[in-house]
Design a protein around this ligand. Structure first.
Ligand SMILES: Cc1ncc(COP(=O)(O)O)c(C=O)c1O
Length: 635
C-alpha cells in the first residue's frame, strides 16, 4: 500500500480550512468531531456510527452536535462583546435566531436554552413560525421579532399576545400592512410594538443579492418610510416604533458589501431619530456567511471575512455614523441564522455500491486472440501495450478518437457488442495507465490536467440529495463531503456521489478540494468486508427544512449528541426519521387501508390457488414491515 498520512487527507479535503477547528482526523484515520475549536476532547465519528447502528439506528443519520451549536451561539456573542468593549460602544448586542433556518422544535429549544444568558430572541416570518415562537416563548419572556407579510389574523394574534405579556415586535414590511396594523390597534385598544424594515440601495453578493437593493421584495423605500412616519404620527403611534431593520441577503460573501449596507442603514437610523422617531434598536438582519469550501474568498460558497471582522465592522461603522450625527448609538440586533446553525450538524450515510464492476469477463485473455479483434480494438490494444511517458499526449488523443470511432462503428452495425465492450474496457484501462504516469510527472501537460474527469466513477450512497442537501441541487451550493474512515490510506478512486432517488439530478459532481471546487471526490476502493461511510458537513442551516420528499424519501433519523468526559459522548435524544407509512400519509395514502386492500385481493388469489396461504401471509408481512420501516435502504 502506498504511504499516505492523515495530513495529506486533511489537505485534499481542505478540512483545516472549512472545519473551524471542529473537525480533524485521528491516528486511526477516522474523522473526529470536537466540542469546541481545537478542544482536546473529540468523538470518533466512525466509532459513533458503529455504536448507533448497534442501537438499531439506521443510516442515513443526521448527527446534531449540541456543544457545537452552543459554542457557535457563544462565539457570535463573544465577538460582539469584544467589539463593543474595544470600541467603547455604549449599547448592547442581541441575536434573534431566524427560525426559518431550522424550525425543528428540539433544535430551537436548544438554541433558546443556550442563548438565554445572551438574551437571545427569535425571529418569525410566517403564521406557523409565529405560533412556534410563541410556544417557545411561553413562560420565559423570550423576545420575538415578526418579519414577513402579515394578514389580519397574523396581526391580531400578535396584538393579543402583546396584551398578555409576550414581547413581540411587528416589523412593517409594506405600507398596506401599516394601515391594517393601525386599524387593528384602534379596534382592540392594544398598542403594538413596531419596527420598520427599510429597503436599502446597498446590495449583498452571491445567490441572495436580490434580497437587497431597490428591487427587493421586502421593506419600505425611503419615500415610503417618510410616508409611514407621517401616518404613524397622525395616529399617535410614532412612539411605538423602536426598531429599524434591514436585510440585504443571506451568505454575503464580501465584507465591503456589509460595510456599505451598515453605513446606509445607520444613516437611515440617525435621520429617523432626527425626525423624532424614538428608535432604540438597529436590526441588521442575517447575511453573516459560512466558509463552506474553506477558500476564505468571495466565491459564493465562501466568505472573505471572519466573524470577528464582521462584529468589529458592525460596531465600528454604526458608532462612527452615530457619533458624527450626535445621535445615541442603538442596541444592535443581528438575525444570524446560517452562521449559528451550519456547523453543528453532519449527515452520515453508507456507500451502497459503485459502478465499477467487480465481476467483469476476462477481457485480458480476449486480447490474446488478436486475429478475432476489429481494427479499432486492435489499435486500442497497441496503445494499451505500448504506452509510456513519452507517448502520453498522443496516446491520450488517439484513445479518445478511437472510442468515438468504436461507438460510430457500433451504431452503423460494423462492430459487435463484444468488441464495443472490449473497446470500452481498454479505454478505461488506458486512462488509468495515463493517470499512474501523470501522477509522477510534473508539470502535467495542459490538456491532460482535466482528463482525470474521465476516470471518475459513480459511488452510490444511501441518501436523498433532495431531502438532505437540497441546496446542492437547487443552487449548486458546495458542502464538504468526506469519507469518515480510512483517511490514513490513500484514496485510490475519483468519484461522484449519486443518491438513491430515481432522478439523474440526484448526483453530486462538485466537491470541496484542496484548491477550491473540484469535479470529483477522492475516495477509497470499497472492500467487500467493510461498511464504508461518508459524511456531509456544515449542513445545519436551511437544508433540513428546504428538503423535499422526492421519491417519498422522508426525514432521516436524527440524533442529538453531547460530549461527556466520562463516557466520551451522551445521546440526548433520538428523533426517528419518517417511516414509509408517514411518507405515504403526506400524499394521502393510509397504511392500514393499503394493507386491507391488498389483503382482500390476496384472498382471491389464494382462493384461485395462484399462491399458497404461506406465500400470501409472507407477502403481507413484507408489506407491513415496509410500511413500518425506514424509507431509506436497509443494507
Ligand atoms: C429577514 C431575514 N432575516 C434573517 C435571515 C437569515 O439570514 P442568514 O441565514 O444569512 O443569517 C433571513 C434569510 O435570508 C431573512 O430573510
Amino acid at each position: 500500500m502506498e504511504r499516505w498520512s492523515i495530513n495529506e487527507s486533511a489537505e485534499i479535503y481542505n478540512i483545516n480550512n472549512w472545519g473551524s477547528e471542529l473537525f480533524s482526523i485521528n491516528k486511526k484515520g477516522n474523522i473526529c468531531v470536537h466540542p469546541s475549536p481545537n478542544s482536546k476532547h473529540s468523538i470518533d465519528l466512525r466509532a459513533l456510527i458503529d455504536d448507533l447502528i448497534k442501537r438499531k439506528i439506521k443510516p442515513p443519520i443526521l448527527l446534531r452536535f449540541m456543544n457545537i451549536l452552543e459554542g457557535r451561539i457563544a462565539s457570535i456573542n463573544r465577538v460582539f462583546k469584544n467589539a463593543i468593549q474595544e470600541n467603547n460602544y455604549p449599547a448592547k448586542y442581541q441575536t434573534f435566531y431566524p427560525i426559518k433556518v431550522n424550525q425543528q422544535r428540539q433544535v430551537v429549544e436548544a438554541i433558546t436554552k443556550f442563548g438565554k444568558k445572551f438574551d437571545l430572541g427569535l425571529e418569525a416570518g410566517s403564521k406557523p413560525e409565529l405560533v412556534a415562537a410563541i410556544s417557545l416563548a411561553t413562560g420565559n419572556g423570550l423576545p420575538i421579532i415578526c418579519n414577513g407579510y402579515k394578514d389580519t389574523e397574523f396581526i391580531e394574534t400578535i396584538l393579543y399576545a402583546t396584551r398578555v405579556g409576550y414581547d413581540i415586535t411587528i416589523v412593517v414590511e409594506k405600507l398596506f400592512e401599516l394601515e391594517k396594523i393601525i386599524e387593528l390597534a384602534k379596534k382592540t385598544g392594544i398598542t403594538p410594538k413596531l419596527g420598520i424594515r427599510v429597503k436599502l440601495s446597498s446590495k449583498g453578493t452571491g445567490k441572495w443579492a436580490t434580497s437587497g437593493g431597490e428591487d427587493a421584495k421586502f421593506g419600505l423605500k425611503i419615500s415610503e418610510l417618510i410616508a409611514a412616519i407621517g401616518i404613524l404620527r397622525e395616529n399617535n403611534l410614532v412612539d411605538s416604533v423602536s426598531l429599524l431593520h434591514f436585510h440585504i441577503g443571506s451568505q454575503i460573501t464580501k465584507i465591503d458589501k456589509i460595510k456599505n449596507a451598515l453605513i446606509e442603514g445607520t444613516r437611515v437610523y440617525v435621520e429617523m431619530k432626527k425626525l423624532g422617531v424614538n428608535l432604540q434598536y438597529l436590526d441588521i438582519g442575517g447575511g453573516l456567511g459560512v466558509d463552506y469550501d474553506g477558500s476564505k474568498s468571495s466565491y459564493f460558497s465562501s466568505v472573505n471575512y471572519s466573524i470577528e471582522e464582521y462584529a468589529n465592522d458592525v460596531i465600528y461603522q454604526v458608532k462612527n455614523i452615530c457619533d458624527e450625527a450626535g445621535v445615541d448609538c442603538p442596541n444592535i440586533i443581528s438575525e444570524s441564522g446560517r452562521a449559528t446553525v451550519a456547523h453543528y450538524s453532519v449527515l452520515v450515510t453508507n456507500v451502497l455500491d459503485t459502478n465499477t464492476q467487480n465481476i467483469m469477463p476476462d477481457y485480458e485473455s480476449m486480447l490474446e486472440e488478436r486475429e478475432k479483434l476489429s481494427p479499432t480494438v486492435k489499435k486500442l490494444v497497441d496503445i494499451y501495450q505500448s504506452i509510456d511517458r513519452h507517448s502520453l499526449r498522443e496516446d491520450y488523443h488517439d484513445t479518445i478518437q478511437l472510442i468515438q470511432e468504436a461507438v460510430s462503428l457500433f451504431n452503423l452495425g460494423y462492430l459487435n457488442l463484444s468488441d464495443r465492450a472490449l473497446a470500452e474496457w481498454l479505454c478505461s484501462k488506458i486512462i488509468r495507465k495515463i493517470n499512474s504516469i501523470v501522477e509522477r510527472i510534473k508539470p502535467i501537460p495542459e490538456e491532460l490536467q482535466n482528463f482525470k474527469l474521465s476516470l471518475r466513477q459513480t459511488y452510490f450512497a444511501n441518501f436523498s440529495l433532495f431531502q438532505s442537501v437540497p441546496d446542492s441541487w437547487a443552487i449548486d451550493q458546495l458542502f464538504p463531503i468526506v469519507p469518515i474512515q480510512r483517511l490514513n490510506q490513500k484514496p485510490d478512486v475519483l468519484a461522484s456521489i449519486a443518491d438513491i432517488t430515481c432522478d439523474s439530478d440526484g448526483e453530486i459532481t462538485s466537491f470541496v478540494g484542496e484548491n477550491g471546487r473540484t469535479k470529483y471526490l477522492p475516495i477509497h476502493k470499497i472492500r467487500s468486508d467493510e461498511k464504508y461511510f461518508i459524511g456531509f458537513f456544515l449542513i445545519g442551516a436551511y437544508q433540513e427544512i428546504l428538503g423535499d420528499m422526492h421519491n417519498l424519501f422522508g426525514d432521516t433519523n436524527a440524533v442529538h449528541i453531547t460530549f461527556n468526559k466520562k463516557t466520551n459522548y451522551k445521546i440526548d435524544t433520538v428523533i426517528n426519521g419518517d417511516a414509509t407509512w408517514e411518507s405515504l400519509k403526506y400524499v394521502q395514502y393510509e397504511g392500514s387501508k393499503v394493507l386491507k386492500t391488498v389483503r382482500d385481493n390476496l384472498e382471491k388469489s389464494v382462493a384461485s390457488r395462484k399462491i399458497s396461504i404461506e406465500e400470501s401471509s409472507h407477502f403481507l408481512e413484507l408489506l407491513d414491515r415496509t410500511l413500518q420501516g425506514y424509507t431509506y435502504l436497509g443494507e
